[in-house]
Design a protein around this ligand. Structure first.
Ligand SMILES: *[C@@H]1O[C@H](CO)[C@@H](O)[C@H](O)[C@H]1NC(C)=O
Ligand SMILES: *[C@@H]1O[C@H](CO)[C@@H](O)[C@H](O)[C@H]1NC(C)=O
Ligand SMILES: *[C@@H]1O[C@H](CO)[C@@H](O)[C@H](O)[C@H]1NC(C)=O
Length: 395
């Protein structure tokens, strides 16, 4: 009995010694509430990142102002950045040095961003012009993202909120195995370009159990992405969960493996959305799964839009050269604001969309322009299960 007990106690002590991280509290590095903390934050990061054992960089409860930070790795050991406070960015984008984003994590492996705090990008009158946000970029003051992840691997982001970004809330570039869980995005419906999470050139990215309320796409998956899983996300307001826009640039890499499952869309412009530019460069999107989705008053619940062309001139009648194939849409229910509850506007190039399978749809529309229909261009979907409204008649 004594022997057994000591066996039990010993590993527990071992465990505690191993996982206890050294805490690097920014207030020990000179950070003061309501003051600008970039120096303190970068000093605390340098110390934490060079620690030989697991470390925690702590932004405690309180309000802190931050002009800019790059959390650059590689670090010597796994590192946690715990944000319990509210971190407030500069209102004027010009304050952030040219070429920098507001908060950047780069070249870190084994990063955990945790806490119950908020990063507030202070988007607003200075960064959300009602006319054309591009103009601001051309004036030499690009609008910055709240959180950038570049070359980040085996990492997670949980608990925190991204608020009122000037531009995208989160941008992932060249990342592998990153999970967002219990992540929150909050910006007004009217805020332009405030994509919740944009994923580009990345592999094995997971977004789950998160609430995204913003002015642009809740999650968007750009070219070069593989194995993206979006599950248990509540989207709205916003413009939906998207793949694309693809084909705008030369040499874009394929998108392969996007799984959107168990998500809810409330009052969004789109639900699930594949968008490619007309008159485009070549590209490829395949192995896309939209499953177990609930739509609540969504303008376009299911939409493939191969002539996507927002706010610039383009040759709408020239077909998109992006190939869309192997798309599986299953168990989507709820209400639509438009009668075309399923819009498949595929390109006439590349023999249209191939292998689109649709099963168990129940989408209702009760407005004046009814009845609800499914619309198909350059695609012959394979149907199964119960379909309300019925699928497109065989052409
Ligand atoms: C992915 O990252 C998590 C940490 O977030 C890690 O525990 C897991 O082992 C990684 N998976 C692979 C396949 O490397
Ligand atoms: C679906 O997502 C919600 C969060 O929106 C989560 O609470 C629920 O457990 C998920 N259901 C399944 C079956 O995964
Ligand atoms: C479709 O949804 C409506 C409204 O929720 C419901 O009344 C109807 O029974 C459903 N139809 C099928 C075939 O599931």
């Amino acid at each position: 009995m004594t022997f057994k007990l000591s066996c039990l106690v010993f590993p527990i002590f071992m465990f505690i010694t191993i996982v206890q991280a050294d805490v690097f509290d920014i207030t020990k590095y000179g950070a003061k509430p309501d003051a600008e903390i970039s120096k303190a934050l970068s000093d605390a990061w340098a110390a934490a990142c060079s620690a030989q054992q697991p470390s925690q960089l702590l932004i405690p409860k309180g309000r802190f102002c931050l002009n800019v930070i790059e959390f650059k790795g590689p670090c010597k050991a796994p590192i946690e950045v715990k944000i319990d406070g509210t971190v407030i960015g500069p209102e004027d984008p010009i304050v952030i040095p040219k070429g920098a984003q507001w908060i950047t994590f780069s070249y870190v492996t084994g990063l955990k961003v945790t806490g119950s705090g908020t990063v507030d990008g202070v988007g607003g009158a200075m960064s959300w012009p009602t006319d054309d946000p591009i103009t601001t970029v051309e004036k030499g003051s690009p609008l910055q993202y709240n959180l950038c992840f570049n070359f980040v691997k085996d990492s997670s982001v949980t608990g925190i909120t991204s608020k009122d970004s000037k531009n995208f809330h989160v941008n992932l570039m060249t990342c592998t195995n990153v999970t967002f869980d219990d992540f929150h995005v909050s910006a007004p419906k009217e805020s332009p370009n405030t994509v919740g999470i944009h994923i580009g050139w990345s592999k094995n990215i997971n977004v789950k159990n998160s609430v995204i309320e913003t002015g642009d796409d809740c999650v968007s998956t750009g070219d070069g992405c593989e194995d993206v899983h979006i599950e248990g996300v509540k989207c709205g307001p916003g413009r939906g969960i998207s793949v694309g826009g693809l084909g705008r640039n030369k040499g874009e890499k394929p998108v392969a493996g996007v799984f959107v499952k168990n998500c809810t869309f409330s009052g969004t412009e789109n639900g699930v959305w594949i968008k490619t530019w007309p008159h485009s460069h070549s590209g490829d999107a395949s192995d896309i799964h939209f499953e177990d989705l609930t739509m609540d008053k969504v303008d376009n619940p299911i939409i493939i839009e191969q002539d996507y062309c927002p706010h610039i001139e383009c040759k709408k009648n020239e077909p998109s050269q992006v190939k869309v194939h192997n798309v599986f849409i299953k168990n989507v229910k709820g209400t639509s604001n438009s009668p075309e509850v399923v819009k498949l506007r595929c390109s006439s190039a590349n023999s249209g969309c191939e292998n689109v399978q649709i099963s168990d749809i129940n989408l209702t529309y009760d407005g004046p322009s009814g009845p609800a229909i499914q619309e198909c261009q350059n695609v012959k979907p394979v149907y199964a299960g119960e379909l309300v409204p019925p699928g497109c008649a065989a052409a």
